[in-house]
Design a protein around this ligand. Structure first.
Ligand SMILES: Cc1cc2nc3c(=O)[nH]c(=O)nc-3n(C[C@H](O)[C@H](O)[C@H](O)COP(=O)(O)O)c2cc1C
Length: 337
């Protein structure tokens, strides 16, 4: 190997320096879970707090982003959106931009049509991608940060045919960015849920990590309490990727994206018969809706990734961030070959 061509992982995270963070963690902008209280708690704990603007619901985004605004004085509050939904209605993005967020994160679609208005608001652009081949488009959009999302992540991502694993995607992207866009920062997303995995992200060449599942399982998260309790009980074997819950929830996600959540009884019933489910979804949807109404997570979904196996409690977000940071520092100081 020609070591000269390999980027060195900088000792101090460039992500911390550029965003004035005390830990290289960003809260993932999780739709319906990353509300204003969670984003504010993360910002106050020294991380970047991204409100989950998700599907671009204007009223939800206004309410939750407003709750996070007092913490915006930290300079660590931003918002994320699902890009293909913005193509239908970008009013929530335009509303957020009036408040000059520190960063806007776009995932799942072409970010280029939105880049100039995000830059005009003085916000930085974070683009989440799943494959190396998407990196050039993110750089062309002017991404300040690229998030490399692996297939182990909770929520939406690339389907099994297309998903990459964090352990190879991150170093490959770090090498690519060193050659093509050395000022663009890199975060790892997928499975980062404790100090070991945060340290691993840094060792792989990322400037930090985007953390979803672990911060979803906190007191401030808006996820249903029953779903969080289910995630505490599950091991990392207990999740699966598929389109089942998207069909049940009437979400018309485009290929090649699908969704990782706990693999419950209703999921098992349909996971190998997805075409049949799409062709005649009504009865299964009624069962799913009844599960949601009853808080029965054998039928309703709990959105968490493989990191669920590393989640054993539901503390305040600040505690999660402090623990992850302290353990990562300890691990990085201890390991040798
Ligand atoms: C409950 C939940 C909801 C999510 N919603 C979104 C979303 O609205 N937009 C987005 O870009 N990513 C979303 N994600 C994916 C995250 O951005 C991130 O890639 C993922 O959480 C990282 O993996 P981890 O869950 O193992 O930490 C979601 C993830 C979870 C767990």
């Amino acid at each position: 190997m020609n070591t000269a061509s390999r980027p060195q992982t900088p000792t101090v995270s460039r992500f911390c320096t550029r965003y004035q963070l005390s830990t290289p963690i960003a809260l993932a902008p999780m739709a319906l879970a990353s509300g204003g209280a969670l984003a504010a708690a993360c910002a106050q704990a020294g991380a970047l707090g991204l409100v989950g603007g998700g599907y671009g619901d204007l009223a939800w985004t206004q309410r939750e982003y407003t709750l996070a605004l007092p913490a915006a004085t930290t300079g660590r509050i931003g918002c994320g959106f699902i890009t293909w939904k913005l193509d239908e209605d970008a009013s929530a993005l335009d509303w957020v931009l009036q408040h000059r967020p520190r960063a806007v994160m776009l995932s799942f679609g072409d970010p280029r049509p939105y880049a100039s208005r995000i830059a005009a608001a003085g916000s930085s652009l974070i683009c989440q991608i799943q494959r190396l081949e998407q990196a050039a488009q993110a750089v062309e959009a002017g991404a300040d940060v690229i998030v490399a999302q692996g297939g182990e992540a909770g929520g939406h991502g690339m389907d099994a045919l297309n998903a990459r694993a964090v352990i190879t995607l991150v170093p490959e992207l770090a090498d690519w960015l060193a050659r093509h866009a050395p000022e663009t920062l890199l975060l790892a997303a997928g499975g980062v849920a404790d100090g070991r995995t945060l340290a691993a992200a840094r060792v792989l060449g990322a400037d930090g990590a985007l953390v979803g599942s672990r911060l979803w399982a906190t007191q401030e998260s808006l996820a249903p309490e029953g779903a969080k309790a289910q995630a505490v009980r599950a091991s990392g074997d207990g999740t699966a990727r598929s389109a089942v819950f998207d069909v049940l929830r009437r979400k018309n996600w485009p290929a090649p994206y699908d969704f990782r959540a706990l693999r419950n009884d209703l999921h098992r019933q349909w996971e190998s018969r997805i075409d049949a489910l799409r062709a005649a979804p009504d009865a299964a949807r009624a069962e799913y809706d009844a599960g949601v109404k009853a808080g029965d997570f054998s039928r309703a979904h709990a959105t968490v990734g493989e990191a669920t196996g590393l989640i054993q409690d539901l503390p305040p977000a600040a505690q999660v961030i402090a623990r992850m940071t302290a353990q990562a520092r300890e691990v990085l100081g201890q390991i040798s070959l």
